[in-house]
Design a protein around this ligand. Structure first.
Ligand code: GLP
Length: 247
């Protein structure tokens, strides 16, 4: 895993945007895996700014989001559909039909998972997958204990994840208890992975990821087995990591 040190959240976001834009330049029709949550918000801001100023085009790009809550309407302001439209899709030139997000309102959720995975495979898997890191080591919504062999599936959200995400909702009771998420196996199919980590609240998780064992109890640890992972983290998140680990 290649670790890139940045000064703060803003620098992490800018660096990550530059990293992706460079990839897009080389492969303007890439298949891109996207993440939600607080971490990538500014990263998306930088992509939008670049699109406005440099005209980078997303017309030939296809995106797959990691996850979506079950039971939320795409118009619900807390759905990941809404988040992606607001922070990225509506502000760039990507055709809507090239953006995929699991449908958390599907009548047959198991079938939705199966089809989502099939669509990813049909596109040849992701060229690059963007990830955030949950405080308990989750990636996507793959909570501790999830088998590394799982593809897109339905999950029960850990209480700690619901509490962490309650800041986006009016109260904890409104946070859904289930989600659809790409599985660890879906994520590992990506040719390359870019993990963004920011803030003091992630320093323990990042320390465990870098220094701990590979274990289903800490889902992100599987990334050590992937041949091409880059972590862009800020100083606060890297507080417990020895500087010899990063560039
Ligand atoms: C959320 C999302 C993940 C995200 C992670 C970290 O629950 N499902 O995709 O990467 O947890 O979120 P944040 O960036 O808000 O800390």
């Amino acid at each position: 895993m290649n670790i890139i040190h940045t000064k703060d959240y803003n620098n992490m976001s800018r660096k990550a945007a530059q990293y992706l834009l460079d990839k897009i330049k080389h492969k303007p029709d890439m298949t891109l895996g996207l993440a939600t949550g607080g971490t990538p918000v500014k990263f998306y801001d930088y992509l939008v700014r670049d699109h406005q100023q440099q005209d980078t085009s997303y017309k030939n790009i296809t995106t797959f989001n990691l996850d979506e809550y079950i039971g939320l309407d795409p118009k619900d302001t807390n759905s990941y559909h809404y988040y992606m439209n607001k922070h990225l899709f509506q502000q760039i030139d990507i055709p809507q039909e090239q953006t995929f997000i699991p449908n958390g309102l599907a009548d047959n959720l198991l079938e939705e998972c199966r089809q989502y995975e099939q669509t990813i495979d049909h596109h040849g898997g992701m060229d690059l997958q963007i990830l955030g890191l949950g405080g308990n080591g989750h990636i996507g919504f793959n909570e501790p204990g999830t088998s590394f062999n799982q593809e897109t599936h339905i999950v029960e959200l850990a209480e700690s994840t619901r509490q962490a995400n309650a800041r986006f909702f009016q109260d904890l009771n409104k946070v859904p208890t289930q989600a659809i998420t790409m599985g660890i196996a879906s994520i590992m199919k990506s040719k390359e992975i870019l993990l963004l980590v920011s803030g003091e609240q992630k320093k323990e998780a990042l320390h465990l990821l870098i220094n701990g064992e590979v274990s289903t109890e800490f889902p992100a640890s599987i990334l050590k087995k992937h041949p091409h992972v880059t972590i862009i983290a800020d100083e606060k998140a890297l507080a417990d990591i020895h500087s010899s680990y990063y560039a």
